[in-house]
Structures are given as C-alpha cells and as structure tokens.
Design a protein around this ligand. Structure first.
Ligand SMILES: [Zn+2]
Length: 324
C-alpha cells in the first residue's frame, strides 16, 4: 500500500499536482509528501518493503515446509565424519579466488570443511599481499558452461543415492535455469560415488571428473546443498559479514567445527544474509555438548536449517554469480 501511495504521489508530482499528496490535515502536506517520496526513493527499506533484487535479511522462511529439524541429514553425516590428525593450513585456488583454509588430507582429497573438498593440486603459494583475487564471481573457468551440468551415476545405489540426487536435481531445475544431463562420457562431469562417508562435494566445476557423495542419511535437502557446492557456492555462515547476524560459541565446538567457521574473506557476499539459505548450517552442527548450540541468531534464538528447498536468496545469489 505504501508503495502504491508513493508511486501515485510521484506520478502526480510529475504533473505538478503536489497538493494531491497532502496529508489528511492539509497544511504543508506537500512538503511532507516530498519528504516521504525522497525517503521512499532513497531508503525503501524504511517502509518495510524489500529493495528490488534484495532477498531480505530477516531469515523468514521462504522455502521451509515446517518439516525440517534442527539436526538434519547433513548434521548426522557430518557428525559421522572422522579425520586423522590435526588440520593443516594452505592457500587454495578456490572458484572465487585464492583463499587460506585449514584442511584435512583424506583419500587423496583436501577436505576444507566437513562437506567441501578440493583437489590437492589446487594448493597454491600464498599470493603476494595486495594482489587482488578474482573476487565477486565464480570464475568463469569454474562455472558449468551455460549452466549445463553433466553427471554420471557410479553410486551403485539406484534407490538410495541416485534417487536422492534426482530429487535434488529436480529442485535446481524447477527454480533455476541450471540443467542436468546424465552422461558418463563428457570430460567434465559430476560422478555420484555412493560411498558411506557423509555428504560432500567439490566446490565449483573442477575440470574433469569430480566426485559428489550422498550418504544414506543425506536426504533431498543435503543433496540440494551439495549440488550448491558443485555449482560454486560456499556456506552462508562463512560470509564475511556473518558476525552481524550470528553468535558463535567456540567453547562448545569440535576442532573440525573450529576449522569450518573461518570467514571466507576472499569470496564476495551476494545479497542479504539469509538464515533460510540451503547453504546455512544449523545451530547444533559441530557441538561438543549436543544439548547446547554452537551458533545462534543475535537474539539467541536457534537456527533451524532449511533443508526443504532453495530459498529466494539462493535463487537470486546463484543467478548473480553466473550472471556474466
Ligand atoms: Zn556444505
């Protein structure tokens, strides 16, 4: 309604009929209307409406169905994951630019987080200070060309991993312009491997065959999340502005958790912070005492991870990352 009033006033102003926008009491309502218009044009968020292209920072559900729990399949899969020895630290050539990460080496891969992996040959020397990274977008050579994603099912679990992956694909195809083709010949492809070790994916299009795994406990939501990584997405709570939105309790965090919560400072945050992102973890991920959260909203409330589908921000964000 406020937008309609303002639009009407702007239109009337164009025809020099300022008095039509006066307040109920008349008087200097023309001045009030002008102030109102200027405020609306330059600060639309004051009027409780979202700026065009913004997906809001409220964390209100846009895709949730009410069926999610605070401890979803991804939580269970991560809880099952074991690493040997302490984490190492290195610079990685990430889709969004050079980034320093802690990681564990396992099965010939570098595990940057509990479900994000990179090839070991993407470890790079520390970039000279002051050298700009390729921030802002997923590098073009790490994107799936024309949003066409090729995949091959090597899971051996038609009714389990494959079925889950197909559900996740259906969500991406329904809400975005990405298209997925099953093809075991193309050079660049996702290979669904189907082992029993958590849910994980490489980040961005690596070039060549890149594995993606869906554990038995990974349902459709974690499947959508892992495809998000394969397209080039990082975790929402790793945004550089996350401290404005969440509080972290490092005292109740496993070491793997501590390794996972570093801010991705070389990535660029697209759109508003989104509690409802499919890429956001829940409050209890990596908790030592599972009765206590490790991450809450600033008001202390619990974050229930959306695993029902892509949020409005997810859809806008991936479109922005692949925009040019
Ligand atoms: Zn993830």
């Amino acid at each position: 309604m406020k937008r309609w009033i303002a639009t009407t006033c702007v239109s009337l102003l164009l025809f020099s009929q300022v008095t039509a926008c006066q307040g109920e009491n008349g008087g200097d309502g023309g001045g009030d209307a002008l102030t109102f218009i200027l405020l609306f044009v330059f600060f639309p968020e004051l009027f409780g409406e979202k700026k065009k292209g913004s997906c809001g920072a409220s964390g209100d559900a846009t895709a949730g169905t009410g069926t999610e729990t605070t401890k979803d399949g991804l939580f269970d899969a991560i809880a099952n994951l074991q690493f040997d020895g302490p984490a190492k630290e290195a610079w990685f050539d990430m889709p969004w630019g050079p980034e320093k990460h802690t990681y564990h080496e396992k099965n010939g891969k570098a595990w940057l987080a509990a479900d994000m992996v990179m090839p070991l040959d993407r470890i790079i020397p520390a970039p000279p200070q002051g050298v700009a990274s390729t921030v802002g977008e997923v590098r073009t050579d790490r994107r799936w060309p024309n949003k066409q994603v090729t995949w091959c099912d090597n899971s051996g679990h038609a009714n389990r991993d494959r079925a889950t992956f197909l559900q996740a694909i259906a969500e991406w195809e329904a809400k975005t312009s990405f298209r997925f083709t099953e093809n075991c010949v193309d050079a660049n492809r996702i290979r669904l491997v189907g082992n029993d070790e958590a849910c994980w994916s490489y980040v961005g299009m690596i070039g060549g065959v890149q594995d993606l795994n869906l554990h038995t406990v990974c349902g459709k939501g974690p499947g959508i999340h892992e495809i998000g990584h394969a397209l080039g997405l990082h975790h929402e709570q790793n945004r550089s502005d996350r401290d404005d939105f969440v509080d972290l309790n490092f005292n109740n965090m496993t070491q793997t958790g501590k390794d996972n919560f570093a801010k991705a400072t070389s990535a660029v945050d697209k759109g508003a912070y989104d509690f409802n992102s499919i890429m956001h973890y829940g409050s209890y991920y990596f908790a030592v005492d599972s009765s206590q959260p490790v991450m809450t909203k600033k008001d202390g409330s619990i974050i229930t991870p959306n695993r029902a589908g892509l949020s409005e921000c997810d859809i806008e964000g991936i479109a922005a990352l692949y925009a040019n």
